[in-house]
Write a protein that binds this ligand. Structure first.
Ligand code: DQQ
Length: 580
């Protein structure tokens, strides 16, 4: 069974056509000769991890790049292969919006033109200078296949869409120094100014297995000098797409913390820490309770990578963009003619207890809400489920639900063998159909008539957490999501930092359903999971939505609002830049 063409997203950003790269497959002996794609830039050193995280599925990149707000317009650039047959020709595609919902597609803004980027224009960031000029810094793959950093400036600041970008001849502005790994030196961050007036930015690299966030300084954005030591490093392999920015929380003494996020090339997951950044000495010290790398906190415990934030000075707020890969087969992607979507833009901030970041879809997304189905105080008994009926299409919906567990004493004990294990391991052992004490309870989304196709988004509660607290697990289980063949259907999961006894057994879930996207926010944005699914029957008007409870304790749906979602307007501005 092939993946249905009707699974294009309605309000998650994707270009009209987004061709996947051809897969140049190779056999890897230490993976039992499994075929995996050649990847021209990443280090395919561990097939096990790569396969486990879908790397063999889709080498195309759609990293959000240079995201910014400039004079009333939001700009989203992203990694794009306009030819699509093979890896290469990577350009910065460009789209603009005044509301983060509807988008105008523009011709690529940055594309190979010069020896310093002739082999590709890879990820980077935008900085708005104090005089109001935006500048982009991106990684160019030069004629020697080195990764170098180049700047580009708008050609015409009076063009509200900033369609054309000029690359000065003095590029590259940062080249890998002697002894540095020139094929792992990329993805400059947005720059910030220190008290001495110098600009700073961070570039991702590695030194053998050690991932590094290299710091550079400049007076004029033209001449850049490396700092004597990295801003931070970790024993995790290459650090791609670093992001470094301040966050504040009214509940946190001292106010501001700095977040450092990195994308791990080896696992295709992202991790962040936050802590104290001393502007005078450029020292970053993550808070002691936070782990670096694989045991660390994640923005999203699902399919979400190469993310980037920007400060929206209009509101003000910080907005996070992330790319969600496909998890169907290459053949299906080529047949569909598109691959790769963006998660909805999310507001991101530091929780009031200062223990983690919290995310929530930008409020503008709610302008797409249409018909509403509302449910209040409905009990779901052990092993019961009910349909949330009445939506014209449950394939494109926004569901906000609050659950209340009737009897927390029924929670199973947390298996000591799971201590130290990640949530995904626990959820793989106790999926949506494994009966529990408290939970699994939650939503079956994109469900077919007889529910033989369904994706479960749910909570499960255990006794025996640290300090006598309950352990709350949030999962996305797509194992029943589709009859189609050759899909990658990992169970994704994260722990949720709530004291559920203190909330009176209450926990909230919001899930954005968009044909092949299931993007969920647990406990008001504390734990987020995005997954891609490809039902064959639960498509369009045939998709249905249910609440289920596979636990022994009753659960009350104290309220549930399910909204139909209109599609975002994606229009094309096909004017070719004159300089092309
Ligand atoms: N994608 C870009 C790189 C980046 C990677 C290449 C992350 O700059 O490291 O398309 O997905």
């Amino acid at each position: 069974l092939a993946v249905d063409d009707g699974l294009r997203t309605g309000y998650h950003f994707q270009p009209p056509k987004h061709w996947i790269n051809g897969k140049n497959l190779m056999r890897v002996p230490r993976c039992n000769n499994v075929l995996i794609p050649r990847c021209s830039f990443c280090s395919l050193t561990c097939c096990g991890i790569g396969e486990a995280n879908g790397r063999d599925r889709d080498p195309v990149r759609a990293d959000p790049n240079g995201v910014m707000y400039y004079k009333g317009v939001y700009h989203l650039f992203y990694q794009y292969n306009p030819r699509g047959a093979v890896w290469g020709n990577i350009v910065w595609a460009h789209a603009v919006s005044t509301d983060l919902v509807d988008w105008v597609m523009l011709p690529p803004a940055i594309y190979p033109t010069a020896p310093f980027d002739v082999n590709g224009c890879w990820s980077g960031s935008a900085t708005v200078l104090p005089d109001g000029t935006p500048v982009i810094m991106y990684t160019g793959i030069d004629a020697q296949n080195r990764q170098v950093q180049n700047v580009a400036y708008p050609k015409d600041l009076s063009d509200p869409y900033l369609r054309e970008w000029v690359k000065p001849d003095y590029n590259p502005v940062i080249a890998p120094g002697p002894g540095m790994n020139a094929t792992a030196f990329r993805d400059p961050t947005t720059a910030w100014q220190g008290p001495d007036g110098l600009w700073r930015l961070v570039i991702g690299t590695k030194d053998n297995h050690r991932g590094l966030a290299m710091l550079y300084r400049s007076r004029d954005f033209k001449q850049w000098a490396p700092a004597n030591r990295a801003l931070h490093s970790g024993d995790t392999g290459m650090w791609e797409c670093p992001d470094f920015y301040p966050v504040t929380s009214p509940g946190v003494s001292g106010g501001t913390k700095h977040v450092l996020k990195v994308s791990l090339d080896l696992t295709r997951f992202e991790y962040y820490t936050f802590g104290e950044y001393d502007h005078a000495t450029d020292t970053y010290v993550p808070d002691a309770a936070l782990a670096d790398g694989n045991d660390g906190l994640r923005y999203d415990y699902g399919n979400f990578y190469a993310s980037k934030t920007f400060l929206d000075t209009a509101k003000p707020r910080r907005i996070l963009w992330g790319w969600a890969n496909e998890s169907d087969s290459t053949a299906d992607d080529i047949r569909k003619g598109w691959a790769g979507v963006q998660a909805v833009p999310r507001k991101v901030w530091l929780s009031s207890d200062g223990k983690q970041l919290v995310q929530w879809p930008v409020a503008e997304i709610e302008s797409l809400r249409g018909g509403l189905v509302n449910i209040t105080d409905r009990l779901v008994g052990a092993g019961q489920h009910f349909e949330v009926a009445g939506l014209a299409s449950a394939a494109q919906a926004d569901v906000e639900a609050s659950f209340q567990v009737a009897d927390l004493d029924k929670a199973e004990s947390f298996d000591p063998a799971w201590r130290g294990a990640d949530a995904q391991t626990v959820c793989a052992a106790r999926g949506a159909d494994a009966r529990g004490g408290v939970g699994p309870f939650g939503l079956w989304v994109l469900a077919s008539d007889e529910r033989e196709e369904r994706t479960a988004v749910f909570f499960r509660v255990f006794k025996g957490g640290d300090g006598g607290k309950h352990v709350v697990l949030m999962c996305n289980d797509p194992s029943m999501s589709s009859h189609a063949d050759n899909l990658y259907k990992p169970t994704f999961a994260g722990f949720v930092d709530v004291d559920i006894a203190q909330t009176g057994g209450k926990i909230a879930l919001r899930t954005l359903i968009d044909h092949s996207v299931v993007e969920s926010f647990g406990a008001h944005g504390k734990t987020c999971i995005l997954s891609r699914v490809y039902p064959t029957k639960a498509v369009g008007e045939k998709a249905r939505l249910f609440v289920f409870n596979n636990g022994e304790s009753d659960v009350k749906v104290t309220h549930l609002n399910a909204y139909e979602m209109r599609s975002a307007k994606i229009t094309s501005d096909t004017t070719e830049p004159t300089s092309r």
